[in-house]
Write a protein that binds this ligand. Structure first.
Ligand code: RB5
Length: 149
């Protein structure tokens, strides 16, 4: 599985920890930044991750900011992206099994490193259940196609 990951300044430390997990799981990954605690704008990182996943260049994306919220809001503006901001393992599994989430958002200021790694591992190793959940996910795609409010 090919993973693209990014963070803003609020998520660089956790991103480094997650890269260790991805290496342990023998997953290919590309880290597109940021690399320091100098203040940056999270949409500038959410956009390329979301677009490169939506285009099929990567199988999944991981985004980290202080809370995970800004990254998830921005990523979900890109067609084809189902980004889940998650702080527990159960929701991580469900976001894959029921929602086929293709981007995971985490908050470095919300979850500790060990919990974040368990969340990411659960999310990376859980398959979409399909069936009735596919019908619902397809309805989300229909919403994206309907441009009028
Ligand atoms: C940056 O201070 C913070 O706002 C950002 O990392 C994130 O939490 C936004 O949702």
């Amino acid at each position: 599985m090919r993973i693209i990951l990014a963070s803003d300044h609020g998520g660089t430390r956790l991103k480094e920890e997650l890269k260790g997990l991805l290496a342990d799981l023998h997953m290919e990954f590309e880290d597109i930044g940021c690399t320091s605690d100098q203040s940056v704008d999270y949409p500038d990182y959410a956009e390329p991750v979301a677009k490169r996943v939506a285009k099929g260049e990567f199988d999944r994306g991981i985004l980290i900011c202080g809370t995970g919220i800004g990254m998830s809001i921005a990523a979900n503006k890109v067609k084809g992206i189902r980004c889940a901001v998650v702080s527990d393992e159960y929701s991580a599994r469900m976001s894959r099994e029921h929602n086929n989430a293709n981007v995971l958002a985490l908050g470095e200021r919300v979850v500790g490193g060990d919990l974040a790694k368990s969340i990411a591992q659960a999310w990376l190793t859980t398959e979409f259940a399909g069936d009735r959940h596919l019908r619902r996910v397809n309805k989300i795609a229909e919403l994206e196609r309907a441009e009028e409010l």
